[in-house]
Design a protein around this ligand. Structure first.
Ligand SMILES: [Zn+2]
Length: 126
């Protein structure tokens, strides 16, 4: 129906796996360059450092996404608009709200207002 608003667990797991596979490739490349003299050893060490940074970033990213998708409280809002005069008001979402539903009467002319939008924001930005 609609795009998921949070990264799926499959997506964050794929990111972690891609990071670890790239790190493993760097370690393999680094191991092979150790046999090629001083510059090979430097290249090997650089590859190991890059692999370590990649593993670190992948794991941190994995936990960061987990944190954001499970711990930040959200608040849902409902936007109402009067079809007669165009008066628009935002209030907190109430159970049973859906886009297109007739809701409270317009305070200006008494016409039942229509729900035109429902959205979610992190609670911290309020
Ligand atoms: Zn109105």
């Amino acid at each position: 129906m609609s795009a998921p608003k949070r990264p799926s667990s499959a997506a964050k797991y794929a990111n972690l796996v891609i990071g670890l596979v790239l790190a493993a490739m760097l370690i393999i490349i680094g191991s092979q360059s150790f046999t090629q003299g001083l510059s090979g050893i430097l290249l090997g060490v650089a590859s190991y450092l890059a692999a370590g940074a990649l593993i670190y970033l992948s794991v941190m990213n994995y936990y960061r996404i987990s944190y954001y998708s499970s711990h930040i409280p959200e608040k849902t809002f409902t936007v109402l608009r009067c079809p007669t005069c165009g008066y628009q008001v935002t209030r907190e979402f109430a159970v049973g709200d859906y886009v297109g539903k007739q809701a409270e009467a317009c305070p200006k002319d008494g016409t039942p207002m229509l729900i035109v939008r429902i959205y979610v924001l992190p609670a911290q930005t309020q």
